[in-house]
Design a protein around this ligand. Structure first.
Ligand code: TEU
Ligand code: CA
Length: 557
């Protein structure tokens, strides 16, 4: 397999609003990030993925961009950004930017023009349609609840927004739109950034003609997915983008591809396709969907997790590259989701890290994951900030689909705000994130869970993640090894092997709070196996696992 820096890297995702506040307004900012770069250097990561910092009215925390070439005032200035890039590079770290080009803000200059009239030069930059009588063009439901169409009186037409009303979808059929996007991307590349994470890039091509979607039970609106995911021209656009921008620099690219299957991923990220380096798949994260979609409060079974991971490990091997993540700014905290955020928080956080980092692909760490940060534990709606959560409560509880208590329980388990509480730096007020009240509440557990105490403790989750990252650099088998699942039907233990150039690695993870026994492969039972890492101090009997134990053995050294 061909080697590449982006295959050997570990990425750290920063959600700027919640990372570090340098100027006492309760909002994280670029100078705050700069002040923490040494912390990231110590952790050992190679690449930072910076969530949007562009100018934005902030209806969706920066995913609604009103100017792609300036910085949101809350976050600082372009000079601050340039300094950030410089400081990142000085430390030998790379920086990739979030690219949000499926939609803009309704306050973007293009939309302000587009909405004026059909004679305006920007009239066709967005997706405008006539209504049906006094109804929207189709019954489509926005991913943030309500209709996906909003009426604009000035034009007498509706515009499409898959997400919030303030996030109109760009019309990629228009050559000028694509040229503007590529021009903007080239502008950032010339500044010296190292790549892009592409927001909902699987949705830029829409399938015509538009028609009503299927209305699932419990829903008022129809499903737009078949019309907006993997549309007919999406690969043509990405290949064009690759020619016009990506191929001209040494970049890392990852597409956020909602609704992607292994077969689709081979197209988006196939080694020979000239599109992207890798994609984020959501099959794993969507395993705990309920019959009403995302809003649910129960974790999936381990066999389902193993089955999805294995399908992707095996399906992409040799043809495309996996991205590996348990968390991001749209997902609840993994230790509260698939682990135990109570008694066994630290052990289960380390186990989950082990399980992910020993797989083939590029691992992503979301800020605070390396500390084993937990879900927010909010109990009142006024603690939530996310437009998705607020709209969902309004529609599900308001519409009588869920009662208040059940919705609160779903939000506590699944809401995106779980990942967005401030980074826990130390045990001073507001967790050292800020010295004034933050835009969203700090998790009360910051007294126990914070970076300062973990830096001082050699056995902490932080130092464990540091070791996971280091091991990847020392052992090519972790990056390139062939994956094989063992004991597929075991509901308690996840066991797999990796093999590369005469080395064989075994990763065993107990996903329960009980002792478990497993039959280890004979080759690992001999004294020749070397223990690479484990989340208990020592390992006496490798086949007998303690609660949430993780263990990695290597033979062939
Ligand atoms: O997310 C797209 C996406 O697929 C999510 O909306 C996902 O379905 C949802 O978060 C599950 O709850 C991207 C960004 O990551 C997200 O933060 C933005 O809100 C969204 O696009 C719109 O830009
Ligand atoms: Ca600030």
């Amino acid at each position: 397999m061909e080697k590449a820096w982006w295959k050997e890297s570990v990425v750290y995702q920063i959600y700027p609003r919640s990372f570090c506040d340098s100027n006492h307004d309760g909002i994280g900012d670029i100078n705050g990030i700069i002040s923490k770069l040494d912390y990231l250097k110590e952790l050992g990561i190679d690449v930072i993925w910076l969530c949007p910092v562009y100018q934005s009215p902030n209806c969706d925390n920066g995913y609604d961009i009103s100017d792609y070439r300036s910085i949101m005032r809350d976050f600082g200035t372009m000079e601050d950004f340039d300094r950030l890039l410089d400081e990142v590079h000085k430390r030998g770290i790379k920086l990739i930017m979030d690219l949000v080009v499926n939609h803009t803000s309704d306050e973007h200059a293009w939309f302000c023009e587009s909405r004026k009239s059909e004679e305006n030069p920007y009239w066709d930059y967005y997706i405008w349609r006539e209504g049906k009588g006094d109804q929207p063009p189709t019954n489509w439901e926005s991913w943030f609840s309500g209709s996906a169409w909003t009426y604009c009186p000035e034009r007498g037409m509706y515009y499409l927004h898959i997400f919030a009303e303030k996030q109109p979808d760009l019309n990629w059929e228009n050559d000028r739109v694509r040229a503007e996007v590529y021009d903007m991307m080239n502008w950032w590349c010339k500044k010296g950034i190292d790549g892009f994470r592409m927001d909902v890039i699987s949705m830029i091509s829409k399938k015509e003609p538009f028609a009503d979607g299927v209305v699932e039970p419990g829903h008022q609106y129809g499903d737009l997915s078949p019309y907006v995911i993997h549309g007919p021209r999406v690969h043509e656009y990405l290949q064009e983008m690759n020619r016009e921008v990506l191929s001209r620099y040494d970049l890392m690219t990852v597409g956020e591809t909602a609704g992607v299957t292994v077969e689709d991923a081979k197209k988006y990220a196939g080694f020979e396709r000239g599109e992207l380096n890798m994609v984020f798949q959501f099959e794993l994260m969507d395993l705990d969907f309920g019959d009403k979609g995302k809003w649910n409060d129960k974790p999936p079974r381990l066999t389902a997790i193993k089955q999805v991971i294995s399908k992707w490990q095996t399906g992409l091997e040799g043809v495309a590259w996996n991205s590996l993540f348990w968390n991001n700014h749209d997902q609840p905290r993994i230790v509260s989701r698939f682990g135990d955020d109570g008694r066994y928080r630290e052990l289960s956080a380390k186990m989950l890290g082990t399980c992910l980092h020993m797989l083939q692909g590029t691992p992503y760490i979301y800020q605070g994951e390396e500390l084993g940060m937990t879900n927010a534990g909010f109990t009142r709606m006024d603690q939530y900030r996310d437009i998705e959560a607020l709209n969902a409560y309004r529609d599900f509880v308001g519409g009588g689909v869920f009662d208040h208590d059940y919705m609160m329980s779903c939000l506590r388990y699944k809401s995106r705000d779980n990942a967005r509480t401030p980074m826990q730096w130390d045990d001073s007020p507001y967790a050292g994130f800020s010295d004034v009240e933050p835009w969203i509440e700090v998790n009360e557990n910051y007294h126990q869970i914070n970076a300062a105490s973990q830096l001082a403790d050699p056995d902490s989750a932080f130092h464990y993640y540091q070791k996971l990252i280091r091991l990847r650099k020392e052992h090519p088998v972790i990056v390139y090894g062939h994956y094989e699942l063992l004991d597929a039907d075991n509901e308690a233990v996840f066991t797999y092997t990796r093999e590369y150039e005469g080395k064989k690695l075994l990763c065993v993870c107990n996903f329960t709070g009980e002792n478990q026994t497993v039959e280890l492969l004979k080759e690992f039972r001999t004294g020749a196996a070397k223990r690479l890492i484990g989340n208990y101090p020592e390992q006496e009997t490798p086949g007998a696992l303690r609660p949430w134990e993780a263990l990695v053995l290597l033979i062939g050294e």
